[in-house]
Design a protein around this ligand. Structure first.
Ligand SMILES: Cc1cc2nc3c(=O)[nH]c(=O)nc-3n(C[C@H](O)[C@H](O)[C@H](O)COP(=O)(O)OP(=O)(O)OC[C@H]3O[C@@H](n4cnc5c(N)ncnc54)[C@H](O)[C@@H]3O)c2cc1C
Length: 400
């Protein structure tokens, strides 16, 4: 075939998932690993919330992609545009065809900004920002500092998103700042959540109910922002349970876009037609594709019903590496993912609630000796300093 190259194991996406899996495969002795990744930069997105709160710099969340790709992995600096799982070939934007024996799909999630009409116009105004775009996260901090009175709206969309805690974390960091500045009582803080409660795990929901009551935050449950009128500085809020809409004027707005699998991926046979968001349809324990056994997926692009976080990937990557190797050797797949995810919920500018849970939706603490169902100062240091160190030095090198 003209213009075709081959890798025994081909990975799509060099983000948190792709690099972690590549490193683990190399450690297991896999010699022919190819990685398709178009970007020159690699991002540690969990710190973007702190960039938006003025507690971390944008620069410290970025490193060159070249510096994180494990030695011996062939970097194909291109974007995947199609997958033919019958022929076992991936096509890229430059027209290269790459055949594989095993494929690992992890190109992340797509931000569907246009699904909330008015968002693009609103983000161009001084009153609206989003930590989901690193270019905009410093603007969130500017906005928080400039807001001294009026209404501040923090909104979360419905459907699976990456780090479902991030839309509320920034509200708490802002409210704590306003309290320090002595202006919290002059600001009507509104948190718009599509869920019926603060969190899916009752133990953590209880603590978050305490946090919102403490800041006096007005929470609108089962609701989402469905339109932004940028010039009028007004949002339309739809209550999906009541079937009603209302309008709310704002002075500042933090918006999070609805999300789904990347469009090109939705159009491949790997996408789950019945999976909301059309993510790659894999078994929730083995992470092997439901119809194409040579294909595995993890991270934000996978269909597993866990919380889409880097913390989940830390537990998924060893499972994928183990099962890919077993499958190449014709052995049964023994690696099994429990659904573990963690959400480090920054409830104040020096406190964090480390919500860890799995498919059972029960707390699964990594530090059983301490009570992680309440906000803690030691956990804040873990989030601010410990987890980034662990990410760059241990997770991306396949050691944790
Ligand atoms: C504001 C915010 C706060 C967060 N907070 C936390 C937190 O506190 N804790 C936590 O654990 N997680 C958090 N997350 C979530 C976490 O960052 C993601 O879950 C994680 O990065 C997903 O990893 P991934 O490899 O699936 O995708 P990504 O890390 O997004 O990587 C995807 C990669 O695929 C590449 N790619 C895209 N398209 C293609 C293509 N066509 N072909 C080849 N490559 C492609 C991209 O360039 C990128 O490098 C947060 C995210 C955000 C945005």
């Amino acid at each position: 075939m003209p213009n075709t190259i081959h890798h025994q194991i081909l990975i799509i996406g060099g983000g948190s998932a792709g690099i972690s899996v590549a490193a683990r495969l190399r450690r297991k002795g896999c010699e022919d690993v190819g990685l398709i990744e178009p970007s020159e930069k690699h991002y540690y997105q969990p710190l973007w919330t702190l960039v938006g709160a003025g507690l971390a710099s944008a620069q410290e969340t970025v490193r060159s992609e070249a510096s994180v790709i494990p030695k011996g992995v062939a970097w194909i600096k291109d974007a995947a545009t199609d997958i033919d799982p019958e022929q076992k070939v991936v096509t890229t934007a430059t027209g290269t065809r790459i055949s594989y024996d095993r494929l690992v799909v992890c190109p992340g999630i797509q931000l569907d900004w246009e699904r909330i009409p008015g968002t693009a116009e609103a983000l161009a105004t001084p009153s609206v920002s989003s930590n989901y775009d690193l270019e905009l996260a410093p603007k969130t901090w500017d906005l928080i500092q400039k807001t001294r009175r009026g209404t501040a709206v923090f909104a979360m969309p419905s459907g699976p998103i990456k780090c479902a805690g991030a839309p509320q974390k920034i509200a708490y960091l802002a409210a704590d700042y306003w309290r320090q500045q002595g202006v919290l009582q002059d600001i009507h803080v509104v948190l718009v959540l599509p869920t019926p409660g603060m969190f899916g795990v009752p133990e953590f929901a209880k603590e978050l109910e305490r946090v919102v009551a403490d800041y006096g935050i007005d929470v609108r449950f089962t609701s989402e922002v469905t339109e932004i009128d940028a010039p009028g500085r007004c949002v339309t809020i739809t209550d999906n349970a009541a079937g009603t809409t209302s309008r709310l004027d704002f002075d500042m707005l933090h918006i999070v876009p609805p999300q789904s699998a990347p469009d090109w991926l939705k159009n491949t046979p790997l996408a789950g037609a019945d999976v909301p968001g059309h993510y790659v349809e894999v078994d929730k324990h083995t992470l092997q594709h439901m119809r194409y056994p040579d294909v595995f997926a993890l991270g934000d692009a996978g269909s597993t019903p866990n919380s889409k976080t880097g913390a989940a990937i830390r537990k998924q990557a060893p499972v994928v590496a183990q099962n890919v190797v077993a499958s190449l050797q014709g052995k049964p797949l023994t690696g099994s993912y429990s659904g573990y995810a963690s959400c480090p919920l920054t409830t104040a500018r020096d406190k964090m609630l480390l919500a860890e849970f799995d498919y059972t939706m029960k707390p699964t603490p990594s530090f059983p000796v301490i009570d992680t169902t309440v906000s803690r100062k030691d956990m804040w240091y873990l989030k601010r300093h410990g987890l980034p160190l662990m990410y760059w030095n241990l997770m991306l090198t396949g050691r944790a």
